[in-house]
Design a protein around this ligand. Structure first.
Ligand SMILES: *Cc1c(COP(=O)(O)O)cnc(C)c1O
Length: 397
């Protein structure tokens, strides 16, 4: 069967460019960059080049790029950096918001257990926070503000440039989890004015297990992994040269294609939204236009997200109910709850995340198939019957 992959927020297929950039470091150039001989020095040269390439794509300096094992590690390192620097000055207040990725939320919970005070801002119905909310929350003892650039479930793009400006004015460190945004919308760290930014290669057609923490040159990140002197002594462990070179190539390629891909993705996204909105008692999650070009997230009343996914999979469509990290648990998405969806509706969500490899024909097939699947599931749903017969009130009109 020809599969249609529309789960690109969970991970992406590696590009040919990314695979080819990796191969020399798996075959002949297998050296350890810390070795003084030629084989090691070839790897060292590749590392220097990759760091320059990543820096250029982000508008940063090479010394501001720290390679990590992915987005989660970069997020952890960023938060620990903010927390440890704050604690030294007696500042133990951290501001974030409710729809962050679990890599942020779970570490914040740990910091809370260690005596930090964490304040999670509410989002509006589109999943947005405002710079004013951040301004009002900042106190004398605020150590760090961390707000994601774009949400991984509902695609909402946050006003991070304005939030960064508020933080700068108040003298508070600002980190952004840009894992869903890098390579998909234009971003430049100097332009944003953030102190730290996280990204992950496998979200833009690079390999899994490699990412970056950008850290403004005026500060140094805390050390998460102790050991050798790699990454300026801030992240020990022999470098994943193949992964890093591949990420640099994937990032350069993704950034160079944003202008060309965006209109195509937006057209497919908006066609999916309008087609699926024809389903009665359905609703779009997230902002209508202020969202990632490839993100669609909808709720359908009266059905379970998991059962839609299984039936779609049988018809060759690989989709998601939201975050890959919450599937397997029975809790509804914290993101959908935060934008005000009640529990029973939050369970019936479907996330479709496109890449430039998807086609308008696939989009039409998805619309037709989702309509059939929702109709079938409703025909066997006791909840739907109650709604139809007036024993229960519709939540989605
Ligand atoms: C995928 C993702 C992460 C985690 O990145 P990994 O490289 O998988 O650890 C963090 N934040 C967001 C917003 C993500 O989408």
């Amino acid at each position: 069967m020809n599969r249609i992959y529309v789960d690109n927020a969970a991970t992406t297929k590696m590009s040919k460019t990314a695979i080819n950039a990796m191969l020399p470091y798996l075959e002949e150039n297998y050296g350890n960059p810390s070795s003084l001989h030629t084989v090691g020095q070839l790897a060292q040269e590749a590392l220097v080049k990759a760091r320059e390439q990543v820096a250029k794509a982000l508008g940063a300096e090479p010394r501001e790029i720290y390679f990590t094992s992915g987005g989660s590690e970069a997020d952890n390192q960023a938060l620990l950096t903010g927390a440890e620097r704050g604690a030294l000055k007696g500042k133990k207040h951290i501001i974030s918001q409710k729809t962050e990725h679990h890599a942020i939320l779970h570490l914040l919970r740990r910091l809370e257990n260690q005596g930090f005070e964490v304040e999670l801002l509410d989002v509006d119905g589109d999943g947005n926070v405002t710079p004013e909310q951040v301004r009002n929350a900042i106190r004398e003892d605020t150590a760090l503000v961390t707000i994601m650039t774009a949400n991984n479930e509902i695609g909402t793009i946050m006003p991070i440039k304005e939030i960064a400006a508020v933080c700068k004015e108040k003298g508070v460190l600002f980190h952004t989890d840009a894992v869903q945004a890098v390579g998909h919308i234009p971003l430049n760290v100097a332009d944003i004015g953030c102190d730290m930014l996280s990204l992950s290669a496998h979200k833009f057609h690079g390999p899994k297990g490699v990412g970056v923490l950008y850290v403004n040159k005026k500060l140094f990140p805390s050390t998460l992994i102790e050991g050798g002197a790699q990454e300026r002594g801030r992240r020990a462990g022999t470098e994943n040269i193949a992964g890093i070179c591949s990420m640099a190539a994937a990032l350069t390629e993704a950034v160079s294609k944003i202008d060309q891909n965006t209109p195509k993705l937006i057209a497919m996204r908006d066609r999916l939204i309008s087609g699926l909105s024809e389903i009665p008692h359905s609703i779009l999650n997230g902002a209508k236009t202020n969202r990632l070009p490839g993100n669609v997230n909808m709720c359908f009343e009266g059905i379970e997200g998991e059962s839609i996914l299984l039936l779609l999979d049988q018809k060759g469509i690989c989709a998601s109910s939201g975050s890959a990290c919450t599937s397997g648990s029975l809790d509804p998405s914290h993101v959908l709850l935060a934008i005000g969806r009640p529990h029973e509706v939050a369970h019936g969500s479907l996330r479709l995340t496109l890449s430039e490899e998807n086609t308008p024909e696939e989009v039409e097939y998805i619309i037709k198939t989702v309509k059939e699947v929702v109709e079938y599931l409703r025909s066997i749903s006791p909840v739907w019957m109650d709604l139809q017969e007036g024993r229960r009130e519709y939540v989605i009109q």
